[in-house]
Design a protein around this ligand. Structure first.
Ligand code: MN
Length: 260
């Protein structure tokens, strides 16, 4: 584990896409400003709307993001990455190009002096049985090798189809299924014996207190960046939420935000 930095920025669910240029600019501004000043950046999944493999690096958007993350690493900011359900194919080649360190999900880190569990958050939604089955399948080496063997254009087509399909499936699932379960949350707090958890994925930014075996534990949920956005800033004194609402000027270019 790397030494604890003085401060850190944590964010997730940026869902970078050519369809939302404003979010791309905001993300680059957070890298160049607050992240660089903090000295550590944790990206907790779904940085990209979807990712079809680390060999897809030549288009303008991935090129810009890879360059910006590499610049940040070169400026002595530690970059840590947990993959999400949309960009679970981000791998070692992406990490090598950007200087990012891939983290397990869940993982417990020393966050500016406080043991903190980090996750994307999808593993906490244990009522969504069909999604978790799909997750197990696409994380096997066999599935990934078969997918990555397809031409890039085919992979893009499949990913776009899966994104649309997941939007339709979500409309049919009850809202509660797509939130975390208190049992899964309690289990992860027990597993690491830590009392702070930060995750994204649900797009329900809030700070919750859980009583786990009589122990008060705090769960910080990060916002998505579809319309508004934000991040957490950690330092020795604790966590601070920085959040922004939608830009009126940007609303027209944002399609209906998917629920996840
Ligand atoms: Mn997600």
């Amino acid at each position: 584990m790397s030494p604890s930095s003085a401060a850190a920025i944590l964010l997730s669910d940026v869902h970078l896409s050519d369809e939302r240029p404003q979010q791309v600019e905001r993300f680059l501004a957070v890298l160049a400003g607050p992240a660089r000043a903090a000295g550590a950046l944790y990206i907790l999944g779904d940085l990209f709307e979807y990712w079809v493999g680390d060999d897809d690096q030549d288009a303008a958007l991935p090129r810009r993001i890879i360059q910006a993350l590499a610049d940040l690493s070169a400026a002595d900011c530690a970059v840590y990455l947990v993959v999400g359900n949309r960009d679970f194919l981000l791998g070692q080649a992406f990490a090598a190009r950007t200087g990012a360190v891939l983290l397990d999900d869940p993982v417990c880190v020393d966050l500016c002096g406080t043991p903190t569990i980090l996750m994307h958050g999808d593993l906490l939604c244990t009522d969504d049985v069909s999604y978790l089955r799909f997750r197990d399948q696409v994380r096997t080496p066999a599935w990934q090798q078969a997918f990555l063997a397809q031409p890039l254009a085919v992979r893009h087509q499949i990913a776009r189809g899966a994104t649309a399909e997941s939007g339709r499936a979500k409309q049919q699932k009850h809202e509660d299924i797509m939130d975390v379960t208190t049992q899964a949350v309690a289990e992860v707090f027990r597993q690491f014996a830590a009392s702070r958890l930060i995750h994204g994925h649900t797009h329900r930014p809030a700070t919750h207190t859980h009583l786990v075996d009589g122990r008060p534990c705090k769960r910080w949920v990060l916002p998505d960046w579809y319309v508004g956005g934000g991040y957490l800033r950690a330092d020795a004194s604790g966590l601070q939420r920085i959040q922004w609402a939608a830009d009126p000027a940007g609303l027209n270019e944002s399609p209906t935000p998917p629920s996840e």
